[in-house]
Write a protein that binds this ligand. Structure first.
Ligand SMILES: Nc1ncnc2c1ncn2[C@@H]1O[C@H](COP(=O)(O)OP(=O)(O)OP(=O)(O)O)[C@@H](O)[C@H]1O
Ligand SMILES: [Mg+2]
Length: 353
């Protein structure tokens, strides 16, 4: 799932040619992509074709008024911040503009610094709003992905086992009907081992979902069992350096660290093509240091977590809830390390939500 990249694009709607050219030059020199329009119609034509996070519009235009541009932005749900330029100090026209959804207004004459400052603010607001929208759609998407994963687990692992058991039962039934009972014992033994596998699988899926499992078993033990299954399923060798037992100040710490490990390992299985993973938990001063290192292909950190998924965001969120920090080191071809440091041992009431 990819979201559109944010381009710092600006539309200047101004009938006065000198002002228009001045603003074009000013914002172009600051790295903005600038388009200009001298009439309202021209502006609306541009808005119908291109996406502008910020629009600077004169309130009085030869054909349309600035207000009509505001209405167009609103009707089409363009989500642009419109900065109205007005030559009048009349509060009424300003109030009207704000009522029609203007982001801000500026009265002529203005200095370039003030206008720049307002545009930077407007651009940031639109960028943040877009980031928030992208994030919530990624969360919705991730929830669906998670459901898909659970449904696949149920279908592939449990569904197949149950189908085999049903077939075995049918075979036993037929043998009983035909009185060929000699190898029924081995059929029943096979069935019994299938039942056992299915039970284990059900328990794995339910453990995977339940947070209380980690608390009941303890972080180290729960993680060790998880690593065992992970290694078996993926063929990736895991070297774990975990304390035998570990006393946490708060169950939240155990749960969040466990989920961080799960997410990091899922990423390793999904993206890294690694052969070996080192996972380490140790107290360091007043902190707990948790690191997961793989020897896989690595990735470009500047891109990771921004476009595709929410796994890395989730890791950062969980560390932040525990009052800690995350460092991700990765280089293409040189593996990845995720290091999490959380406060530990300072006081019984750490800043846990
Ligand atoms: N251990 C790793 N090795 C190589 N690339 C990685 C590793 N961990 C993360 N990445 C890269 O960082 C990106 C972001 O990871 P993140 O967990 O945030 O999203 P995702 O795994 O793509 O999706 P999601 O976790 O939401 O299912 C991945 O798409 C991948 O390109
Ligand atoms: Mg992921």
């Amino acid at each position: 799932m990819e979201s559109e990249t944010f381009i710092e694009k600006l539309l200047v709607v101004e009938d006065d040619q000198t002002v228009r050219e001045y603003l074009d030059a000013l914002f172009s020199s600051k790295g903005y992509v600038v388009r200009t329009a001298s009439k309202g119609e021209e502006a609306i034509d541009l808005l119908s074709k291109e996406n502008f996070p910020v629009i600077i519009a004169d309130l009085m235009l030869p054909d349309l008024r600035g207000i009509d541009i505001l209405d167009y932005v609103h009707q089409k749900d363009l989500r642009s911040a419109v900065l109205i330029i007005t030559a009048y100090r009349s509060m009424e026209s300003v109030i009207e503009a704000l009522r029609h959804g203007a982001y801000d207004y500026i009265t002529k004459p203005f200095t370039s610094q003030i206008l720049l400052h307002r545009v930077v603010g407007a651009m940031e607001k639109v960028r943040m709003e877009k980031a928030a929208r992208d994030l919530s759609s990624r969360i919705v998407y991730a929830t669906e992905e998670e459901r898909l994963r659970i449904s696949r687990d149920l279908h592939d692992e449990i569904g197949q086992s149950l189908a085999i058991m049903k077939l075995t039962l049918m075979a036993i039934r037929n043998k009983l009907i035909n009185n060929s009972t000699e190898d029924i014992i081995s059929e029943i033994e096979g069935l019994s081992s299938h039942v056992e596998e299915t039970m284990n699988e059900v328990s794995r899926i339910s453990k995977d979902l339940s947070p209380s499992y980690v608390i009941e078993l303890g972080f180290s033990q729960a993680l060790r069992l998880y690593l065992e299954t992970f290694s078996k399923k993926t063929g990736i060798q895991v070297n774990s350096y975990l304390p035998e037992t570990m006393t946490f100040q708060n169950p939240q710490q155990e749960i969040h660290l466990y989920r961080i490990a799960q997410e990091a390992l899922t990423n390793i299985a999904k993206h890294s093509s690694a052969a070996v993973v080192d996972i380490r938990l140790r107290p360091l001063g007043n902190n707990l240091n948790f690191s997961i290192t793989d020897n896989g292909k690595g990735f470009d950190i500047s891109k990771g977590g921004k476009v595709s998924g929410i796994g890395l965001i989730g890791i950062r969120e969980r560390a932040a809830i525990l009052g800690g920090k995350v460092w991700i080191e990765s280089k293409r071809g040189h593996g990845t390390t995720i290091r999490v440091e959380i406060p530990y041992g300072l006081s019984k009431s750490s800043n846990v939500a």
